[in-house]
Write a protein that binds this ligand. Structure first.
Ligand code: HAM
Length: 429
């Protein structure tokens, strides 16, 4: 029985057969972000807790219940980042980047931490690829950001189904009027709502639209519609955005009930919704946050962004059995232990020539080395025996067909390279 340590609840080791999916997604997102001229920023995973309290809002579920936070030895309250937007804004203000008069486009990639109840598609450590475009209120920028997330998922559209849902949550002014009306509606129906929704009326009534309870959903069907409460400027911004999306040829669905779980959103909000074992799940989401930078101590500068949930996308791709080619691998086998020096030299030459190569240092018999080669599912085994050392050739075994050929030493690298190029399909970083 294994008596060793176990990993922390909700945290995962990602390895083996899952890695090609991660590599494929990472390859595609980084390439696309370059195309859209986004600049990478590597942010710390730990921040002062105030960054998230101020950024995400005290009433958000994340700040209220889901942060991994602790008091450091110097008395400083710290939190593992639950998302990237507040950190980017902290970084933006701290480095006075607002003095450069331009639109800043940043992207980040890495783990986020939320102390949620672990379940399918919901982890306590999960990876996000996120973007933040700071410095413009133009709805053309909103459309470009939504086009970017649409372009990303488009690359998987033959494997997964998804919809891009869009809404405007209005500016602070028109949202205030709307929330007032919504509250009146909810108050009169309060006794039919679930306990969670009743709590939300006090804290953040918009969040009632996230409730999964059938009775609450039924009641909310006739709730006031935010679209009827936009001020003229918010209405124009939303109409312009929709027109620009046509320009970009983005397919979307308007969802007036779409509200986001973080308090910083203004106007544009969107989610990419897919289906996970019969239930809808967001695989990416974002929106505009025009008051956030000012709220966090910077100047009045607008921003918009999104984050993609990489773990969820990997799980969806795995569920549809996406084909991934295994990586090419050669194994060097030596007939007797005194040949190991030659074997190591050959393995190193192959690696330097760009051929992934493995070798085992502890195997005594040639039989056990072949066994290991099979276990590793290698493509070719190169054998070094007495003859190979004395003559100008190697024995090369194709491990799939079993075919064995003698190949001139000088031709080995180019032969393997030709075979490797024919093999690697889409896992190239
Ligand atoms: P979010 O909706 O909280 O937004 O998260 C974005 C995505 O991260 C979700 O759509 C989901 O795919 C993934 N995600 C969230 N929580 C988990 C979890 N516990 N397990 C697995 N995946 C998860 C944000 O984080 C905003 N910062 C996005 C943004 C950027 N808005 C503007 N700029």
């Amino acid at each position: 029985m294994n008596q060793g340590f176990k990993k922390v609840k909700g945290f995962r080791d990602i390895w083996g057969k899952d890695i090609p999916y991660w590599n494929l997604i990472e390859h595609k997102i980084f390439k696309l972000l370059k195309n859209y001229n986004y600049e990478e920023v590597k942010l710390p995973v730990l921040e002062k807790i105030e960054v998230f309290k101020k950024g995400l809002g005290d009433s958000s579920d994340i700040v209220e219940k889901e942060m991994f936070s602790f008091i450091d030895k110097d008395g400083c309250r710290l939190a593992l980042r639950p998302e990237g937007t507040a950190s980017v804004v902290r970084f933006f203000i701290e480095n006075n980047l607002y003095n450069e008069n331009k639109i800043h486009k940043f992207y980040y990639y890495g783990p986020m931490f939320r102390r949620e109840k672990p379940q399918k598609g919901r982890f306590r450590q999960f990876f996000q690829a996120g973007v933040e475009a700071i410095g413009s209120r133009s709805p053309l920028l909103d459309a470009e950001v939504i086009k970017l997330i649409s372009d990303f998922f488009e690359q998987f559209s033959n494997m997964i189904n998804y919809n891009i849902e869009i809404n405007s949550v209005g500016c602070l002014d028109c949202r205030k009027v709307y929330i007032n009306e919504l509250n009146k509606y909810l108050e009169t129906r309060k006794f039919h709502l679930c306990e969670n929704c009743i709590n939300k009326i006090k804290l953040n009534p918009l969040r009632v639209f996230d409730c999964k309870n059938d009775r609450c959903k039924e009641i909310l069907k006739n709730a006031p519609n935010i679209m009827d409460y936009y001020c003229p400027s918010c209405k124009m911004h939303f109409d312009d955005l929709l027109q620009n999306l046509e320009l970009y040829n983005v397919s979307y669905k308007i969802n007036p009930r779409l509200v986001r779980g973080l308090d910083y959103y203004t106007n544009t909000a969107f989610e990419v919704i897919s289906d996970f074992a019969g239930a809808p799940i967001a695989i990416g989401a974002g929106g505009r946050y025009d008051g956030l930078i000012k709220n966090m101590g910077g100047p009045d500068i607008a921003g918009i962004g999104f984050a993609i949930g990489i773990d969820r996308l990997v799980d969806l791709l795995k569920e549809c059995g996406m084909y991934t080619e295994k990586e090419f691998l050669v194994f060097v086998i030596y007939q007797r232990s005194e040949f190991i020096k030659h074997a190591v030299e050959l393995a190193q030459n192959l690696r330097q020539g760009g051929i992934p190569t493995s070798i085992d240092y502890d195997m005594v018999s040639i039989k056990s080395q072949f066994k290991m080669a099979n276990k590793l599912n290698v493509d070719y085994a190169v054998v070094i025996g007495e003859d190979e050392l004395n003559f100008e050739y190697y024995t090369l075994k194709n491990m799939t067909s079993g075919e064995q050929v003698k190949i001139e030493k000088n031709n080995l690298l180019s032969y393997l390279k030709r075979n490797m190029e024919g093999k690697i399909v889409n896992i190239v970083r």
